[in-house]
Design a protein around this ligand. Structure first.
Ligand SMILES: [Ca+2]
Ligand SMILES: [Ca+2]
Length: 278
């Protein structure tokens, strides 16, 4: 064989494993080894970061969940408290209504009692008035009896009451029995004028241009100014009675229960006749 023409089947040139090349390979190995190690650490660091992120997220989710649970618990507790408060308020309202009802009943009872009391007061006042009337009948009857009228007065005492001219003026006058001797011709007899206290010689006793008759029938005072002290209560109390006026001519008056007015019965001697007419 020709050494200058190497056959294609000759063995390839063997690497030259001299010290420099060996050293270079060692370096590369170390570099590869280092690179592998570096990648290895990088992977671990990545895993650690991933784990930390995952754990953090898990912790956050747990935290949020716990907070929500707390919030739901608080809302539930508040709802429960609200229910209790509402129930309590409802109970208070019921109690208030019940008390209001009791107060209303008490007020009604009080009003009823007031009505009864008013009635009893009225009854008492009436009884007192009747008692006063009886006392007046027996204590104020101070008519000086004339011998001729004694029997008639004796009869009248049992059916009549003695009163003052002031009291009799509380009862309105009926236009009745005005006839008889009439000196001043004013339409009032001397007898009734004497009983009324007016002047039998003057048509207008007090000189106010209104006649005695006009004044007395329109309930004005024929003896002065103003109106007569008409008192319906006094009339009512004496309805149906004969009142003997203990002043002037001791005239008798009948209080007619139909109209509450006083009817002049005249002098004692005329009384029985007049009663029969009524
Ligand atoms: Ca007259
Ligand atoms: Ca007059």
């Amino acid at each position: 064989m020709d050494p200058s023409n190497p056959s294609p089947f000759t063995s390839p040139p063997q690497p030259d494993f001299n010290s420099t090349e060996l050293s270079s390979m060692d370096y590369k190995d170390r570099q590869i080894h280092y690179e592998i190690k570096k990648r290895h650490w990088q992977r671990w660091v990545f895993y650690i970061i991933l784990s930390v992120v995952f754990l953090s997220m898990t912790a956050y989710v747990v935290f949020v969940y716990n907070e929500n649970v707390k919030l739901v618990n608080n809302i539930t507790a508040a709802n429960q408290s609200l229910k209790i408060t509402t129930q309590s308020l409802s109970d208070s309202e019921k109690q208030s209504i019940e008390r209001q009802r009791q107060i209303s009943e008490l007020e009604k009872s009080l009003a009823d009692n007031q009505v009864v009391l008013d009635q009893k007061t009225a009854d008492l006042q009436k009884a007192t008035a009747e008692q006063t009337q009886l006392i007046n009948k027996y204590q104020n009857f101070k008519v000086k009896l004339g011998s001729a009228d004694a029997n008639i007065y004796s009869f009248l005492i049992n059916f009549s009451t003695g009163v003052s001219a002031a009291d009799i003026s509380k009862v309105p006058l009926a236009e009745y029995n005005f006839g008889g001797e009439d000196t001043d011709e004013d339409g009032l007899s001397n007898a009734i004028e004497t009983a009324l206290g007016t002047d039998i010689n003057k048509k207008d006793t007090d000189g106010d241009t209104f006649s005695d008759k006009a004044e007395i029938l329109s309930r004005y005072n024929p003896l002065g100014t103003g109106k007569l002290p008409i008192n319906p209560v006094f009339s009512d109390l004496n309805k149906g009675l004969i009142l003997i006026q203990v002043e002037q001519n001791k005239a008798a008056w009948y209080i007619n229960p139909k109209d509450g007015k006083r009817y002049f019965l005249g002098s004692p001697a005329e009384v029985l006749q007049e009663i029969e007419k009524l």
